[in-house]
Ligand binder design. Structure first.
Ligand SMILES: Cc1ncc(COP(=O)(O)O)c(C=O)c1O
Length: 441
């Protein structure tokens, strides 16, 4: 480790996990190898019995480990496990906690891929989910059953920019020894460190802000290292009971690190979503500039959101950085360094206005991705939220005229100029009736 834990965020994002030893490579080397040689039989035996050293990249790799140390430090967690995608991170976290016959309580405002995982794949494995209104603490409490193994929510959700009251929901779980697992993809450790507010496990799609440049996929699970066998042992017999493969329990072997150890030693390597060391290197490179990018993206997003609110073509802007957003005060409490850069805008001209904007932007890229250095746009109703009912979409803040923006690090004047030319074109592009609507409303 090349930096003290008491140094600042931007210092740690550059130094933690990199070697400061004399004559060692300053950039993290890419160990692009399936496995590692053993010097003798005792070393290989020790590796298999205690996990010491490196043997095979699916169970450990120096490039991957360097990124894991960096991300654990930035999150204020105990250990991080890097996996091949955000989807894999959510899967590993939930399968590390729940099994057949178990139950999860989940916020209704979650990424569609996670929703599909819960409603289809995990349901087929016998893990049931109850979805609740994110803001309703009584609903979270009421949904808990004796089989509930986790509460799950996103810290800042797509599309309505709902902010999770992390401390309040974590406290509901703690009443029953149940951990809160949060997907903090939209907030990144720079804007929010959920473990400091009581979350037990944090997951990210590292494909987004952490990597930052849209070149690789990755995911990470960060555990708080505070597993309390006395308070939660009855919820997690697989952590406190004897290891199914023989020997002492995870709690006996790892104490408060038992849950993280189970993710790392059992779930991730056996289900097998290992990251490529090359992708791990690129994620590590991305993380080195995380604070700079997120700061700039948040500042740009606030400027864009304010500007859009003043445009006649715009019906509503769902950005938590705006005082008009219902979660603005909650956002100010949790997101002290900026309000993120992904939000939705609903145009008065409906579907045709949205179609015009996504098809006429020149600088902003029309694609399904977010958290990139480049500004991006997508039409949720016809893409990410196409599988939802109209009522569900409306609850999520998705209407025919809604577009989702992920604001990048470009010069703000250029982003605004691009949006201006796209919005200006709505009137001439839409039918006469729509034109009246645009002008009158
Ligand atoms: C909030 C959130 N979580 C998880 C994922 C899945 O991540 P990945 O695409 O890296 O598998 C995404 C992807 O868009 C996401 O937005």
């Amino acid at each position: 480790m090349g930096a003290q834990e008491d140094t600042g965020f931007s210092t740690r994002q550059v130094h933690v996990g990199s070697s400061a030893a004399p004559a060692s490579p300053r950039a993290t080397p890419i160990y692009l190898t399936a496995g590692f040689t053993f010097s003798d039989l005792d070393e290989s035996a020790a590796h298999f019995s205690t996990g010491s050293g490196f043997g095979y990249t699916r169970t450990g790799n120096p490039t991957v480990q360097a990124v894991e140390e960096r991300l654990a430090s930035l999150e204020g967690g105990d250990q991080a496990i890097l996996v091949s995608s955000g989807q894999a991170a959510v899967t590993v976290a939930l399968l590390g906690l729940a099994g057949a016959g178990d139950h999860l309580v989940v916020s209704e405002h979650i990424y569609e891929g996670t929703r599909g995982l819960l409603l289809d794949n995990l349901a087929r494995l016998g893990i049931e989910t109850t979805f609740v209104d994110t803001d309703d603490l009584d609903a979270w409490r009421a949904a808990i059953t004796p089989r509930t193994k986790a509460l799950f929510a996103e810290t800042l959700s797509n599309a309505r920019n709902h902010v999770l009251d992390v401390a309040a929901v974590a406290a509901v779980g703690a009443e029953h020894g149940i951990p809160l697992v949060v997907d903090s993809t939209f907030t990144t450790p720079y804007l929010l460190r959920p473990i400091e507010h009581g979350a037990a496990v944090v997951v990210h799609s590292a494909s987004k802000f952490l990597a930052g440049q849209g070149a690789v996929l990755g995911g990470v699970i960060v555990d708080d290292g505070r597993f309390d066998a006395a308070a939660s042992g009855h919820v997690f017999p697989h952590l406190v009971g004897a290891d199914r493969l023989g020997g002492a329990s995870y709690a006996e072997k790892h104490g408060p690190r038992a849950r993280g150890a189970y993710f790392r030693e059992s779930v991730a390597p056996r289900f097998g979503p290992s990251p490529s060391p090359l992708n791990a290197f690129l994620i590590g490179q991305g993380v080195e500039t995380l604070s700079l990018r997120v700061e700039r993206q948040s500042a740009n997003a606030l400027a864009v959101a304010r500007w859009l609110e003043g445009r006649p073509e715009v019906e509503r802007v769902d950005y938590v950085g705006l005082p008009s957003h219902p979660h603005h005060e909650l956002g100010r409490r949790y997101l002290t360094r900026g309000s993120g850069s992904v939000f939705t805008v609903t145009l008065r001209g409906g579907l045709e206005a949205a179609r015009h904007v996504v098809q006429s932007v020149r600088l902003i890229t029309h694609m399904t991705h977010l958290g990139d250095v480049r500004s991006l746009v997508l039409h949720p109703q016809s893409t990410s939220h196409a599988g939802r009912t109209v009522a569900e979409r409306e609850r999520a803040g998705v209407f025919p005229g809604t577009i989702r923006l992920s604001i990048g690090i470009e010069d703000i004047d250029d982003i605004l100029a691009d949006l201006a030319q796209a919005l200006d074109g709505i009137v001439s592009a839409t039918r006469a009736g729509d034109v009246r609507e645009v002008v009158v409303l």
